[in-house]
Unconditional design. Structure first.
Ligand SMILES: Cc1cc2nc3c(=O)[nH]c(=O)nc-3n(C[C@H](O)[C@H](O)[C@H](O)COP(=O)(O)OP(=O)(O)OC[C@H]3O[C@@H](n4cnc5c(N)ncnc54)[C@H](O)[C@@H]3O)c2cc1C
Length: 368
């Protein structure tokens, strides 16, 4: 005999929510709520900018108050931030710079204005308290292990300071008692965001060493010139036994990776890239790419589908341009694509793929 277990009644809140959503169809309930107040939302996560601080000539630090759906973050992770610029919503990844234990439920982003960019110059120039942005939950694997290592080396350059500063602030809040060295590269002392706080953290925690290295200034600071073995030997001679977390411009990332490879300790190096992966165009590419939703088609150039769509005059949504944030995912209805990071190919129809790291192999149809 089978026993049928009656379903528990829906909590009245969810029933009301479903009713309200049914009445709002074909639009989402959030479309109506945002007309009343952009921070009122039934499902979507958003955040209001509450403080704005332009601490260097090209960075803006934003304090954000997220809506109730926010589940917090772990130091080192990133969020997708969506803003409307000239009537179009653009999404980019940013890593919270504050401690994961910040008590007021808010978090902080520091954005460097990039020449020729869309979102970062907009935030640098126009962000003011009251601006409401779209937000994703935090994601990413660039985090400290649960069991904190005895020795931690944090290396950053330029805007790459954000995730590793979050780690440092988090470790200080935890009263971490291992050894931590924070090595940060900037052009000059005027380009260092958080300089005063970094010095304060080092003064307040005997186990924390902050080292500022200037590449375009040969006085002041603790080190000068580009990263090299001698820098590591000076500031963290124990680096071979430590866990190292690195985020910065491509040149710094390359130099540190080479150093760790030469010492055969790459497994001790953990990295986060801000810069997109540049796909190398395949000169032997053949076939036609059909962007079916737009009715546009182009000869396959071998570049990523995102670049080919942009070259064809389309503007698909994207975030990281490196396969991390999934903002550019679209359904490939037919054809074969190659993952530019792993080299793997996929010939199955009706597959969601990431445009930024997928290149067509022959004829491809994609819902863009
Ligand atoms: C995980 C992660 C975390 C990040 N965290 C931070 C952070 O904390 N702080 C921070 O400042 N940044 C961070 N970034 C970088 C950030 O996501 C953006 O890439 C950055 O702000 C630039 O965005 P943008 O819209 O201004 O520039 P975009 O419009 O994306 O352009 C970026 C650059 O590419 C060039 N470009 C754009 N389109 C083309 C094209 N078709 N052909 C050739 N060149 C082109 C532009 O000229 C510009 O120089 C992070 C990135 C990732 C992946």
């Amino acid at each position: 005999m089978t026993t049928t277990i009656p379903k528990p009644p829906l909590p009245s809140g969810s029933r009301l929510m479903r009713l309200a959503e049914a009445m709002a169809t074909p639009h989402s309930l959030d479309r109506y709520l945002e007309l009343v107040n952009p921070m009122m939302s039934a499902r979507e996560l958003r955040a209001e900018v509450t403080e704005v601080w332009r601490q260097t000539d090209d960075t803006v630090t934003l304090t954000l108050r997220p809506t109730r759906q926010w589940r917090g973050f772990t130091a080192g992770q990133f969020v997708n931030v969506g803003v409307v610029v000239d009537g179009i919503r653009h999404t980019r990844c940013y890593s919270p710079a504050c401690s994961q234990y910040r008590r007021d439920g808010r978090f902080e982003l520091t954005v460097k204005a990039q020449e020729g960019g869309v979102v970062s110059p907009y935030l640098f120039g126009a962000a003011e308290p009251g601006l409401v942005v779209h937000l994703s939950q935090a994601a990413g694997e660039f985090v400290l292990p649960q069991t904190r290592p005895d020795r931690i080396l944090l290396i950053s350059g330029g805007s790459g300071i954000t995730p590793v500063l979050s780690m440092l602030r988090t470790l200080c809040d935890e009263n971490y008692d291992g050894t931590v060295t924070f090595l940060h590269y900037a052009y000059t002392d005027r380009d260092v965001a958080y300089a005063a706080e970094l010095r304060q953290l080092a003064a307040a925690h005997a186990n924390v060493d902050v080292v500022l290295a200037y590449t375009d200034q040969d006085n002041g600071g603790d080190l000068h010139g580009f990263f090299g073995t001698e820098h590591l030997d000076t500031v963290a001679p124990w680096f071979r036994d430590a866990q190292t977390y690195l985020c910065g411009p491509p040149g710094l990332m390359r130099a540190v990776r080479t150093e760790f490879r030469e010492h055969d300790i790459e497994s001790r190096l953990h990295t986060e890239e801000f810069a997109p992966v540049v796909a190398i165009a395949d000169d032997d590419a053949t076939g036609t790419v059909r962007f079916v939703s737009s009715g546009v088609q182009a000869e396959n150039s071998g570049a990523s589908l995102l670049e080919q769509a942009e070259e064809a005059g389309l503007s698909p949504t994207y975030g990281c341009r490196m396969g991390i944030c999934f903002s550019c995912t679209a359904v490939k209805t037919s054809g074969c694509t190659r993952n530019l990071r792993t080299g793997e190919t996929d010939s199955d129809p009706d597959q969601p793929i990431q445009l930024c790291i997928s290149a067509p192999v022959g004829d491809v149809e994609i819902q863009v």
